[in-house]
Design a protein around this ligand. Structure first.
Ligand code: SAM
Length: 290
């Protein structure tokens, strides 16, 4: 009986470790390169994301490509956007002939709408899955809400603090413009905790897997949503100031105009922006523009 291994027999973890070594890959801290090289953990993420045959998946930062390959093995069509060209030979070794398109671009600058259209087709449904480089977390979450068509779901490994921010409630110390924006667009749930020891090299903080189920029927049209996003930024602009002060400063309103808006929205003149629920923020937006 033959007992020599062919490369195809190797586990994805082993393939990835061998490829990283062969191509003398050096992890770059500033690019958030904390990889997950354990196939079981990646399997849990892919399972939590609900990836199945026929799905279209946009992956940000494929790294060694283990998750990319695993999602392709489930029958998904994967478009992966990676910034670091040094990973190209590693990804080529790990992904092999699988149905994956890799684009070397900055996920914060790339035209993701065009890339997903080209990869999956006009108006095709897709989801996002990523073990996100932590330094892009806030900017990337803000980008997700402008994607058109919107993804069905977004499953992201994030720094624990970022999960806490997204999951916080009005009035909590973590409730921020980011929390309010994400929660207007999506139902959010934390599906898994991930200690730092699961990563190579281990980061200084623990992580968790956040799943966003994007809302299909949102109450506002596109123009109103743009106004709401501006208003959210203004409401949280200076946390210790009242909403009235933040609104006057951001929208050049007189004190009387601002108080009239708050009264119309049924709010106290001294209320602070950071305690408002999404519905109250929508009331303020309506009071300002209708
Ligand atoms: N998915 C891999 C895993 O789970 O092991 C790697 C995850 S690692 C946390 C983040 C990945 O994102 C790295 O491969 C890094 O090079 C890449 N990256 C960093 N900044 C990026 C950016 N602006 N756009 C796209 N990818 C980026």
């Amino acid at each position: 009986m033959e007992n020599t291994y062919r490369p195809n027999d190797l586990s994805l973890s082993l393939k990835a470790r061998m490829a990283l070594e062969k191509h003398v890959f050096r992890f770059t801290h500033s690019l958030g390169q904390n990889f997950i090289l354990d196939e079981n953990v990646i399997g849990d993420i892919v399972y939590a994301a609900g990836v199945s045959s026929g799905d279209n998946i946009l992956e940000i930062g494929p790294g060694s490509g283990i998750m990319t390959a695993m999602m392709a093995d489930k029958g998904a069509k994967v478009l992966a956007v990676e910034l670091d060209r040094a990973l190209e030979p590693v990804l080529t070794d790990v992904i092999g002939e699988r149905d994956v398109k890799i684009v070397f671009q900055d996920a914060l600058k790339a035209d993701l709408n065009q890339l997903t259209r080209e990869a999956f087709g006009e108006n095709a449904k897709y989801s996002i899955v990523a073990n996100l480089p932590y330094y892009i977390t806030a900017d990337f979450l803000m980008r997700i809400v402008s994607l058109s068509p919107a993804p069905d779901s977004v499953t992201l490994m994030l720094q624990k603090e970022a999960c806490e921010r997204v999951m916080s409630e009005p009035g909590d110390k973590n409730w921020s413009a980011l929390s309010a924006t994400v929660r207007y667009f999506a139902h959010a749930e934390v599906v898994m905790d991930a200690p730092a020891s699961l990563f190579t090299p281990p980061p200084h903080v623990d992580s968790c897997l956040l799943k966003l189920h994007m809302k299909k029927n949102r109450p506002l049209d596109q123009a109103e949503e743009a106004r709401l996003l501006n208003l959210i930024q203004a409401a949280f602009r200076m946390r210790r100031k009242t909403l009235a002060n933040n609104l006057s400063a951001s929208f050049s309103l007189s004190r009387e105009e601002t108080l009239a808006v708050l009264e119309k929205a049924g709010l106290d003149a001294k209320v602070r922006g950071e305690v408002l629920t999404i519905d109250q923020l929508i009331d303020v937006m309506n009071a300002m523009y209708h």
